[in-house]
Design a protein. Structure first.
Length: 79
């Protein structure tokens, strides 16, 4: 039986047959997935955490100087 024929028959069958075909396709795709190793997960997690921390510090500094500039600007126009 051709692959296309099986696909068509699975979509024209009843709900239970379509569910079985869907679950079968999920299982087949999950076997093709390449999962990262524990070391890869650890390394990418560290990179993400360091990057988030660096951006937090950067935006904190920018926010501080913008607030300082805004305060100075308000003082100039209220005097």
């Amino acid at each position: 039986m051709a692959a296309g024929t099986k696909q068509i028959s699975a979509t024209t069958g009843g709900p239970l047959q379509r569910l079985r075909a869907y679950i079968g396709e999920i299982e087949r795709e999950m076997r093709l997935v390449t999962w990262p190793s524990r070391e890869q997960i650890r390394a990418t997690t560290i990179v993400v955490l360091v990057t988030v921390f660096a951006f937090a510090v950067f935006f904190g500094i920018v926010d501080y100087f913008l607030a300082l500039g805004q305060t100075k600007l308000y003082q100039i126009f209220t005097q």
